[in-house]
Design a protein around this ligand. Structure first.
Ligand code: ATP
Ligand code: MN
Length: 479
């Protein structure tokens, strides 16, 4: 008989039909007459209840049906008497596929802390929380491709190993095959990268944008979706050393078009989750509310599903960096000295606490900030007429702060080279990038969405380490 997944069985209306189901035992309880086994196979947040008549089965066999064991059950579908499920399987045959010694199995049928589960990330897929997160993550990956594909964007794989360090000065992971204990040196005592694998110094990429721009300058509209690496030593709940980023890049788009696309994209993803992941979202919402029970009412976040619907129903608020600075400067927490980084005035880089104040307290909806001072943004952003600000746009979300960073790109060759020189970006090594401005240049724009930041938003999880299967952070590369 073919195996049927739990997700299909619990929806089935074929009472009396025989099914074969396989999975892992979450719990077994019961009495001397009957055993109730909660079985999960990862296809859904819901467990399937297996009812086993104790008389029918060998005592030793039933004893091996412990939490964590994998089993196969053949049985008939019955309406369930118990609360919590519509149907159950009345077991006719039962096999233990893999035993599990509960005395040493780390996952007990009780609530474990997220910190503890991070230490056993190899097993946490078997918990409700992480299986829900993993399924939502899959749905979001699928939705990213479906959104861009439906708009005719071409997916581009940009390189993971790069020789350009224009963007990531200081926070890149070096890639080398040189023997670190015996480095070849040049005459002036520096490492001789001519002997390295690529004949030059290389790093892991911090962004696929520059290559994405090249592709957009022929294909029109492209997007990348790949891993990016940052050796920034920021031990926050929003930073990973290895994370996934989606970077669309569009020819003929100006800043307004870029903002429109970013807003439409985020709303599409959120709606997709609401339309396709409701079971998991309900579970995650309840988890979040349980977690926040002890917080003061004003510190609690909005209920997860309500929060997602709220974002869908409202236009994002668009304003300039200068306007935001005025609001922040005059804000209560700034005047009362409650910000860790006080906002003194124009020119400061916004911290997450400022971004969240604007979104959560002031506007009470997502915000897109534009026209940042050129000093705090990258060299490739298009200069405004004022020669002071650039056409940047950051999308700020509740609970997260910056979820998207983007801009209209400088398409003018001379202005771009001037900016590169001012910012010590080695223009001579980037002729390939500058060529797009020499040959048929066009206005263009793009942005980067940190995939795990999106995941934080749609799952309500509080720590970015819990929305990627195997997090990479300073001092942590386990598994
Ligand atoms: P932040 O100021 O929050 O560190 P950033 O300005 O360095 O972000 P960008 O370089 O603009 O971010 O990257 C684009 C997007 O990638 C960000 O909006 C964010 O969603 C995500 N992102 C950036 N750094 C990280 C990181 N270390 N871990 C996870 N996501 C990140
Ligand atoms: Mn950063």
């Amino acid at each position: 008989m073919r195996r049927t997944k739990v997700s299909d069985i619990i929806k089935s209306e074929e009472i009396g039909k025989e099914f074969l189901v396989k999975g892992w035992v979450r719990t077994r309880r019961g009495n001397k007459n009957v055993s109730f086994i909660a079985l999960n196979d990862g296809s859904t947040i819901h467990n399937l209840q297996i009812v086993a008549d104790v008389e029918k089965f060998d005592e030793e066999l039933l004893r091996r049906v412990t939490t964590g064991a994998s089993i196969a059950v053949t049985g008939t579908l019955n309406p369930s008497q118990g609360s919590g499920q519509q149907v159950e399987i009345l077991a006719q045959a039962l096999d233990v596929i893999g035993d599990c010694d509960v005395n040493v199995y780390p996952l007990q049928p009780k609530k474990h802390s997220l910190e503890f589960l991070r230490e056993i990330a190899h097993l946490r897929f078997r918990t409700n929380t992480f299986s829900a997160v993993a399924r939502v993550r899959h749905a979001m990956i699928f939705a990213v491709h479906s959104f861009f594909s439906s708009k005719g964007f071409v997916n581009i794989h940009t390189p993971i190993i790069t020789a350009s360090d224009a963007e990531g000065a200081g926070e890149m992971f070096q890639v080398t095959t040189l023997d670190l204990n015996n480095l070849p040196k040049t005459d002036d005592g520096k490492v001789n990268y001519a002997n390295d694998f690529f004949g030059k110094s290389t790093n892991l990429t911090v962004s696929g944008q520059l290559e994405g721009e090249l592709a957009a300058m022929g294909l029109g509209e492209i997007y990348t979706f790949g891993p990016t690496f940052r050796a920034e030593n920021s031990n926050t709940t929003r930073h990973l050393a290895e994370f996934w980023m989606i970077e669309p890049e569009m020819a003929f788009y100006e800043l307004e078009d870029n903002m429109d696309l970013a807003e439409e994209f985020l709303k599409y993803l959120i709606k997709y989750a609401l339309d396709n992941c409701m079971d998991d979202l309900k579970f995650l919402s309840a988890r979040l509310q349980e977690e926040e029970k002890n917080k003061k009412a004003e510190d609690r976040s909005m209920e997860l599903i309500e929060k997602m619907q709220f974002v869908l129903a409202n236009d994002f608020c668009r304003l300039t960096y200068s306007e935001a600075i005025e609001i922040l400067k005059n804000s209560k927490p700034n005047k009362k000295g409650q910000f860790k980084y006080p906002v003194e005035g124009y020119g400061v880089d916004l911290q997450s606490e400022h971004e969240r104040y604007l979104v959560e307290k002031h506007f009470k909806k997502p915000v897109i900030l534009t026209n940042y001072p050129k000093e705090i943004k990258a060299f490739y952003m298009k200069m405004n007429q004022d020669e002071k600000t650039v056409r940047a746009m950051d999308v700020l979300f509740p609970q997260i702060g910056e979820i998207i960073g983007g801009s209209q790109r400088e398409e003018n060759y001379d202005k771009l080279v001037k900016r590169m020189n001012e910012m010590n970006v080695p223009a001579e090594q980037m002729s390939w990038y500058l060529d797009t401005r020499r040959f048929g240049t066009v206005p263009h724009s793009g942005f980067g969405l940190g995939f795990e930041r999106l995941m934080l938003f749609v799952t309500g999880m509080g720590n970015i380490r819990d929305v990627i299967p195997f997090p990479r952070t300073p001092n942590n590369a386990e598994f």
